[in-house]
Unconditional design. Structure first.
Ligand code: AMP
Length: 282
């Protein structure tokens, strides 16, 4: 059987109502497509948790800045549907831009301080786009559980806040980052990397690993950051955008290293922007 695909919100709601019957939960994995094994892991996890597994594929224009890669963001719908079916999705929602942003729309969801640091500082408006679209996706679907990847750690923090603040009755499950053998986090954008770029990108997980080892040896925060910085700077193919140690709960800068300390890295390999993060202590 082929995987059913819906576009309009009415069709989505009908399809979900038919599948949820008397109380099966809707487990929802929102994506921008160009699916890889990280996405498949979220779908498999939702499948294992039981209920109706909804996947959305939507490249959300409002979370891209004017100079960012919206137009050239990878789109691979056929491969996406095959992967989604294999991983265990029950239904795929592929809204049009006009489905989620109807003519005349003028509403945005803006989260506060959590959205202003890290990626929010270097991509102004990004998390307003993310919070707005995920609010729409949750309201339209009535999903019970939202599955998010830890690779986008700040996104999980912003969306937790958004869901709590807007009284949206969905819970959030965060799935650990799926990585290549050398530690590089899987990302739809990795497909832009040529062999040299791919090698340069591996400096990011190497820096996270070096920082973690330094932290576990009991070294102070400045030494941990310096150690990670050296690894990043040794890779000429990588331009670091930020390297910051922050408290995972508040995303405020961490002057010291405790169980909540998390290291966040963003960098460019050519024009491809990559991000990653890791807790420093177990
Ligand atoms: P995206 O399509 O990039 O917007 O990602 C959709 C969802 O998949 C988000 O919750 C991401 O955090 C998650 N995701 C992306 N890459 C990975 C990965 N390597 N491991 C786990 N989750 C991921």
């Amino acid at each position: 059987m082929t995987l059913p695909v819906v576009v309009a919100v009415d069709d989505l709601r009908r399809a979900l109502a038919a599948r949820r019957g008397s109380g099966r939960p809707v487990r929802f994995v929102p994506t921008m497509g160009a699916l890889h094994d990280g996405h498949a892991t979220l779908i498999r996890r939702a499948r294992a948790d039981g209920g109706v597994v909804l996947l959305s594929i939507f490249v959300n224009p409002t979370q891209f800045g004017p100079t960012e890669d919206l137009a050239k963001y990878p789109r691979t719908p056929e491969a996406d549907l095959a992967l989604a079916q294999k991983a265990g999705a029950d239904l795929v929602w592929m809204p049009e831009v006009e489905t989620l942003y109807p003519p005349g729309e003028q509403t945005r969801v803006q989260v506060g301080a959590l959205a202003d640091v890290l990626c929010g500082a270097v991509r102004p408006g990004h998390f307003t786009g993310v919070a707005t679209v995920v609010a729409k996706l949750l309201i339209a679907s009535g999903a019970d559980v939202l599955y998010l990847g830890e690779k986008d750690f700040q996104q999980t923090a912003v969306l937790r806040r958004m869901v709590a603040d807007l009284l949206i009755p969905s819970t959030i499950e965060v799935v650990p980052t799926v990585r290549e053998a050398d530690g590089l986090a899987l990302s739809s954008r990795n497909r832009y990397l040529d062999a040299a770029g791919r090698a340069a990108a591996a400096a990011i997980p190497r820096a996270l690993e070096a920082a973690t080892r330094t932290a576990r040896a009991g070294e102070p925060a400045p030494d941990i950051l310096a150690r990670a910085r050296r690894v990043l700077d040794a890779e000429p193919g990588l331009r670091t955008q930020y390297l910051e140690l922050r408290d995972a709960r508040t995303l405020e800068l961490s002057p010291s290293v405790d169980a909540h300390a998390r290291l966040f890295i963003a960098g460019f390999v050519g024009s491809t922007r990559l991000i990653d993060n890791r807790a420093l202590l177990p």
